[in-house]
Design a protein. Structure first.
Length: 493
């Protein structure tokens, strides 16, 4: 099949979250299975044009009675097979993308012209195909920034012979972000106003890009089976649960994979020593270096709880670090542990972490992000804490298991699909789970894990090995996407 990924992010060119990892990793896995895969993303200010190859001639994109002009660059996706490389195209439009920030900047977290920026980008996808004379069987769009790709396909482009047999997939990476803007922006799309209502843009007199994509795409999916079910409920549907229930027959969950070329303790270049299920000595070395890196006492017998996280409400940081009510202070004072964290986010949480550090000798936080420390925390910790309010897929709980670090997670989304809860009677499981997101639930579940560490150590060691033997590779997930693509093409015919 010919597959075109339309995305606002792609690793290693631009990344703000797991979307970038997924788009690139899935593309590589599909290419390795013989499919012809290409990616198109905007050429943001942060993407250096040096080293990119510019296509000859400008690209004209008709938008709302005018024609926008842009340049197109291309490159090869690193890590893709030499015999079947994944080509990445960059849409270079200075007014829309020649600025700091991807979706916004600290002073303007959500650019006011985002609906114009990404409507233009979505339309440019079709013009790019015409320019390079390459027409995909599958147009795979991702989240709200490219949700208009299936809209343009259904209500405009499919009437042309080039796209008459092209099918669309829309992947929901996080239903909490929908792209809701003033409906006056709709004129710029160039679509007639009856489409505004037929395609589902209308949202309390606003314009909802993701909602329109959910109405228009031939098939829908999200990044884990449990999250697919959760998004059809009022509790986690973010007002779109009714739309997803109405499209239940066309909506499935496919678990994200892990790039095991990068996240693998057997050959992880960030680790002080490699290790595997046959030789775990390297994990002890990583623990030693982790303690030294965070200025903690060098003690191989004390359990380390690690976190690498965005400090936002979705990640449960209120229940964990909230001033006067979060459970982190009680965990660190009541239990014989060490706690290390790498992350950044909401200002109140960063400030509270600094306060906790000043009062607790066994809690250390590094505000910001470090790839090196992220790998070291995964390898050197004994437990990895993820008290997420909701988690569409999650990657860190999978990294943790592959590194012999036992996740402590809330029973939600991709966490529920990838972690088996500890059974202290049999010793089976690969982590520790709780249901209700409350400070006491986090405290009690961490306490349960620490109790097992000190009292059921052979079971802990067996759980480590069970997690490390799991298959979280993209090869498995790619097969499910191939099946989805094939079903979508059959449905279209």
């Amino acid at each position: 099949m010919k597959i075109l990924m339309a995305s606002s992010e792609s690793l290693p060119f631009v990344k703000t979250g797991g979307l970038a990892d997924m788009v690139s990793s899935l593309s590589i896995a599909l290419a390795k299975k013989g499919h012809e895969v290409r990616i198109v993303i905007p050429r943001y200010y942060s993407v250096n044009r040096d080293g990119l190859r510019q296509l000859e001639g400008a690209l004209g994109v008709p938008m709302g009675g005018i024609e926008e002009w842009c340049a197109v660059y291309k490159d090869i996706l690193p890590g893709s097979p030499e015999t079947n490389p994944v080509v990445v195209y960059f849409i270079d439009h200075e007014r829309f993308f020649g600025r700091d920030g991807i979706y916004g900047v600290p002073s303007e977290p959500d650019f006011l012209d985002n609906p114009l920026r990404f409507a233009f980008f979505s339309k440019s996808v079709f013009q790019l195909c015409r320019k390079i004379c390459w027409f995909p069987n599958i147009l795979h769009a991702h989240d709200w920034p490219t949700a208009m790709v299936p809209v343009f396909l259904k209500y405009s482009e499919r009437y042309s012979k080039e796209f008459a047999e092209t099918a669309s997939i829309l992947t929901i990476h996080n239903l909490g972000y929908q792209g809701i803007y003033n409906k006056d922006n709709f004129n710029y799309t160039g679509l007639p106003w009856n489409v505004f209502y037929e395609a589902g843009f209308e949202d309390w007199s606003m314009m909802n890009l993701l909602k329109a994509g959910l109405y228009s795409a031939d098939k829908l999916n999200t990044v884990s089976p449990t999250y697919a079910e959760e998004t059809k409920t009022q509790a986690q549907g973010f007002r779109l649960d009714g739309v997803l229930r109405s499209r239940e027959a066309d909506y499935i969950g496919i678990l994200n994979g892990v790039d095991t070329d990068i996240w693998n303790p057997v050959h992880d270049e960030f680790l002080p020593a490699r290790y595997s299920v046959k030789d775990m000595d390297g994990k002890l070395k990583a623990k030693e270096v982790l303690q030294r890196e965070f200025n903690l006492p060098q003690n191989p017998n004390i359990p380390i709880i690690g976190m690498v996280s965005r400090l936002t409400g979705q990640k449960g940081v209120g229940e964990l670090f909230g001033p006067s009510y979060g459970s982190a202070y009680s965990i660190c004072t009541a239990m014989d542990i060490q706690f290390v964290l790498v992350g950044s986010g909401e200002a109140w949480c960063e400030n509270e972490l600094r306060s906790l550090e000043s009062r607790l000798s066994n809690l250390k936080a590094r505000i910001g992000y470090s790839e090196y420390l992220s790998h070291l925390v995964e390898a050197g910790s004994d437990f990895f804490l993820m008290p997420s309010r909701y988690e569409p897929s999650g990657l860190n709980q999978m990294y943790s298991q592959l590194y012999g670090t036992l996740p402590i997670v809330r029973n939600t989304g991709g966490l529920a699909d990838t972690v088996e809860n500890y059974d202290e009677n049999t010793g089976e499981g690969t982590g520790f789970m709780f249901d209700d997101l409350t400070p006491s639930a986090i405290f009690n579940t961490v306490g349960w894990a620490i109790w097992a560490y000190y009292n059921r150590r052979p079971q802990i060691e067996a759980m480590r090995l069970a997690g490390m033997k799991k298959d979280f590779s993209w090869q498995k997930s790619a097969l499910e996407y191939i099946k989805l693509y094939e079903q979508t093409l059959l449905h279209l015919r």
